[in-house]
Design a binder for this molecule. Structure first.
Ligand code: LLP
Length: 420
């Protein structure tokens, strides 16, 4: 297997003397030595570039889906670069507010928002609430506060992606179905409520979607329902896929927005409509690499080689949950050929704890090596756990030769904080 292709590395990745990789002007092996492993390392320039691309492509209103990766520094960065922020729980709302993001730049999602979550959102004045159910409309009516809302509708189409992250189909816990008439009833209902202003519709067909055609189909279904309502906003959700492994290629955010605009024009969405989106993964995934240290190498002749690292399913549960593929490389020899096949596993107490099933690595891989997995910036940190009481890694932003820790490493005492 050839060296890791550059397009899977963060934007500022550069190979220096002897093949050592730096990101943001900082040598990854120096980071591992100073900050320890495992660690999430994010290229701040890459994050900022993707946010700016989204704003440039979609215009004002495009929101960063913070579920993909959220901490105060990320919320502040997305806001500074002109994005709104999609928060889908009271917890994400709390972090975004704590980061200093003005409430009017926040969009609140959720298929089961509690009264407490709605009350906080209304009290601070979030910009938009995406209403998901008739029960939520009842709740908002009872609360009586003024709110700007969009209705989440299900367009009834199946995006080509993993079943667990497909959301646009009829059989879904999210939103109001257009086909059944529920969406039309919801529009009528909301329009009778004096304190609520209906701004538009929202839909989301799924995540890690590579085919622009899926989004165009979404627009084709939404447009005939949306256009006669005379509403100013249409949000087509997030979901743009990213390349994780050799051989995958994904559309850019510009290509995504161009395809959507074209489909909107063709399907009769009024030209003055604010058509926007909520990218998560495509903003953050490729911005980060995770650094691990190899602890054991177990060779089973004729079966496989296991390479165990000091993290695992607690910092990246995606391979276990979705069978997701990743690449791996050694930052000390970024451009080395990778002829050795191995399964990279973590340190958790189950066989399913696999990070990369069939990794390709350099032949001289050894215990003590720092090993990196690229494209680990989305849904790794945000879905991390303390399984086996493994402490969660720090998040380090790198830029212009500087390391900025934005989430510190968990300590053993942190593991006792909630015990009473
Ligand atoms: N908007 C809504 C309403 C969503 O539900 C999501 C993702 C997004 C936007 C952002 O989608 P993105 O651009 O990141 O694909 N844990 C899974 C992904 C679940 C996505 C859930 N919703 C994974 O690791 O692949």
């Amino acid at each position: 297997m050839p060296p890791l292709p550059r397009h899977l590395l963060p934007m500022t990745a550069a190979v220096g003397d002897g093949g050592r990789l730096s990101v943001g002007g900082v040598d990854l092996l120096d980071i591992a030595a100073e900050w320890g492993t495992p660690a999430f390392v994010y290229d701040e320039a890459h994050l900022r570039a993707r946010c700016r691309e989204a704003v440039d492509a979609f215009g004002d209103g495009v929101a960063y889906a913070s579920k993909a990766f959220l901490c105060k520094a990320m919320a502040a960065l997305a806001y500074e670069e002109g994005m709104h922020i999609d928060v889908s729980t009271g917890g994400e709302l709390h972090v975004a507010l704590a980061a200093g993001v003005p409430a009017e730049r926040l969009v609140l999602h959720g298929n089961n928002k509690s009264e407490a979550e709605l009350a906080r959102a209304l009290e601070v004045g979030v910009g938009r609430i995406i209403v998901d159910s008739f029960d939520e409309i009842d709740r908002l009516e009872r609360m009586g506060a003024e709110a700007f809302v969009l209705l989440r509708v299900t367009p009834g189409i199946e995006a080509h992606t993993h079943e667990y992250v497909m959301t646009g189909q009829e059989d879904s816990k999210f939103g109001f179905s257009i086909a059944s008439g529920a969406a039309a009833r919801a529009v009528e209902r909301v329009r009778t409520l004096p304190s609520i202003e209906l701004l538009g519709l929202h839909a989301h067909i799924g995540s890690q979607v590579f085919l622009l055609h899926s989004f165009q189909k979404e627009v084709e279904v939404l447009a005939p329902f949306f256009a006669p309502l005379g509403l100013p906003e249409l949000v087509i959700g997030g979901g743009l896929g990213v390349a994780y492994v050799v051989g995958e290629e994904s559309p850019t955010i510009y290509e995504w927005s161009a395809a959507i605009r074209e489909a909107c024009t063709a399907a009769g969405v009024p030209a003055e409509t604010r058509v926007t989106a909520e990218p998560g993964r495509s903003i953050v995934a490729a911005a980060a690499v995770t650094l691990y240290t190899v602890g054991t190498i177990k060779q089973l002749p004729g079966i496989r080689t296991y390479v165990a690292v000091d993290g695992g399913m607690s910092d990246n549960p995606r391979p276990v949950l979705y069978g997701s593929g990743y690449e791996a490389f050694l930052p000390r020899a970024t451009d080395a050929e990778r002829p050795k096949q191995a399964t990279i596993v973590g340190k958790h107490c189950e066989s399913g704890d696999v990070l990369v099933r069939d990794a390709c690595l350099p032949d001289d891989l050894a215990v003590g090596d720092v090993l990196a997995t690229p494209v680990t910036g989305a849904y790794g940190h945000s879905m991390a756990s303390n399984y086996n009481k493994v402490t969660r890694p720090p998040v380090l932003f790198v830029r212009d030769g500087q390391v900025r820790p934005v989430v510190r490493r968990e300590t053993l005492d942190d593991l006792l904080h909630l015990d009473v």
